[in-house]
Design a binder for this molecule. Structure first.
Ligand SMILES: Cc1ncc(COP(=O)(O)O)c(C=O)c1O
Length: 479
């Protein structure tokens, strides 16, 4: 008889639909030799998104610094004897800027990428992040609104930042956090893991997932009436799973609401580069000088970098509230949590540095970066548009809101009697190989049904699968 141990019930109850039964069934089908189109997760490079050349060139030198001198010697040789590197054009050699960036990074890192760093990340990277935030938000360094490198924490992706904040805020089962429904299940899972209460609020789907004051006030009042102490409100912008980009007025409502009720705003802004020309405003700008505590998160996993496997990102804290009983703010406690992890991984830190510190404007490296960036964004938008157009040919499928992030989240208004969105997505998988996640996996308004699809597969693959989906859908819902 194997040993039986009592385990944390929170972990038993925790759910994570993005890696749940539908993707598990897809994995089984794949083992049986079926072609699967994995649209259940925002993992861009798994579906062919190309890494940014500049990033990978610098990163390769960080892992093998002796190549910096070797590259310089090769460049010298090529300069002295044109044709000496037969078959290799000048573009095969790394630029001076790439070499200098890697060298400078290693000099400042001290000890190379194999050594632990400061727990919240080296100061020079946090300073680069602070400059990036200020540039993005049009803020002058040295002013009251400028980002403070001491309030920036580098993390192994945004997930780790979310976990640290939830762990710090949840003191027991009576504490809650407001989460948009539908939500990215990291939030429900992390709350469950730490024994907190999920207080859902419902953005208005028909008006493009906008937020009104009543949308926020009602769930807060109901939670408080149940005795829940609500500590924070999460906003995901652009959204996951909805892909929707929050309008400025909705963002202002959130800030005013948080100010009035003494809540921390947790702004998940990992998709801030997946905008496709829509305007977007950061929560740091929306909060401005108002004394509203804000934690905003960013990541190297999304945008045009798509470096999910490298695990990099940061969170920034503004107007940190006091931690009751400590005589100090949350910041030293966040540092203590980071210290227990020792540090985030150094290649993720390097990626974060490169994400916020692009090649010099006007340089060939920058021109290539700009080209690669535009190509990726154009491609994503073209794919999202193809899928949205296909919805137009499917009976009772409607998609709301501007296109953002990496997802579409259409409403399924016509399903056969007795079928929910889980059955729909499972049947869709079996019939076409298309792996999506059903709306219930993210939470949705009672009585509605949805699915989430990541618009990442190559266009040729979509061109093949979309007609099959339309055909299958119309037979499925019609019959
Ligand atoms: C809204 C949102 N936040 C956070 C994450 C986690 O990102 P990371 O890879 O940086 O941990 C994701 C990943 O899909 C996400 O969609």
């Amino acid at each position: 008889m194997p040993l039986s141990l009592g385990v944390n019930p929170n972990i038993i109850e925790m759910e994570y639909a993005v890696r749940g039964p539908i993707p598990q069934r897809a994995a089984e089908l794949k083992k049986q030799g079926r072609r699967i189109i994995p649209c259940h997760i925002g993992n861009p490079q798994a579906l062919g998104q190309q890494p940014i050349t500049w990033v990978r060139q610098v990163m390769s030198l960080l892992e093998q610094p002796d190549r910096i001198e070797r590259e310089r010697a090769l460049k010298k040789l090529a300069g002295m004897k044109p044709g000496a590197l037969a078959g290799l054009g000048p573009e095969a050699l790394l630029s001076d800027q790439v070499l200098a960036t890697a060298e400078d990074f290693l000099t400042r890192l001290e000890g190379g990428v194999g050594a632990y760093t400061e727990s919240k990340g080296p100061l020079f990277i946090r300073e680069a992040v602070a400059r990036f935030i200020d540039r993005r938000d049009g803020v002058e360094a040295g002013t009251s609104r400028a980002a403070d490198p001491e309030s920036i924490f580098l993390t192994d992706g945004a997930s780790v930042g979310v976990r640290a904040i939830v762990e710090l805020l949840i003191t027991g089962p009576g504490d809650g956090v407001m989460i948009p429904i539908p939500q990215y299940p990291l939030y429900s899972a992390t709350l469950k893991r730490h024994g907190g209460e999920l207080v859902g609020y419902y953005p208005d789907e028909d008006s493009g997932w906008a937020l009104g004051r009543a949308t926020l006030e009602e769930p807060l009042a109901a939670a408080r009436a149940r005795g829940v102490e609500v500590k924070a409100i999460v906003v995901i912008n652009p959204g996951n799973p909805t892909g929707a980009i929050l309008d400025e007025q909705s963002g202002r409502e959130v800030v005013a609401f948080a100010a009035e009720h003494g809540l921390v705003v947790i702004a998940d802004e990992v998709y801030q580069d997946n905008l496709y020309d829509a305007d977007w405003i950061s929560f740091a700008r929306l909060v401005g000088d108002q004394d509203v505590p804000l934690v905003s998160l960013h990541s190297v996993s999304k945008g045009v970098f798509g470096e999910c496997g490298h695990r990099g990102g940061y969170f920034e804290v503004r107007h940190a509230p006091a931690a009751a009983g400590t005589g100090d703010s949350l910041l030293p406690l966040l540092l203590k949590q980071a210290s227990v992890n020792l540090c985030s991984n150094t290649m993720g830190q390097a990626l974060t540095y490169l994400m916020v510190n692009l090649p010099e404007p006007g340089s060939p490296d920058r021109e290539r970066f700009d080209r690669e960036r535009q190509r990726t964004l154009d491609d994503l938008l073209a794919k999202a548009t193809l899928i949205r157009e296909a919805f137009g040919e499917m009976a009772g499928v409607r998609s709301f809101g501007r296109i953002g992030a990496l997802y579409l989240f259409p409403r399924l208004e016509q399903l056969p009697a007795g079928n929910d969105d889980f059955a729909y997505c499972m049947n869709l998988l079996e019939a076409t190989g298309l792996c999506t996640v059903n709306g219930a996996g993210f939470g949705q308004r009672e009585g509605t049904r949805h699915l989430r699809i990541a618009f990442l597969p190559p266009r040729e693959m979509l061109a093949e699968v979309l007609p099959a989906w339309i055909d299958w859908h119309n037979r499925y819902v019609g019959g």
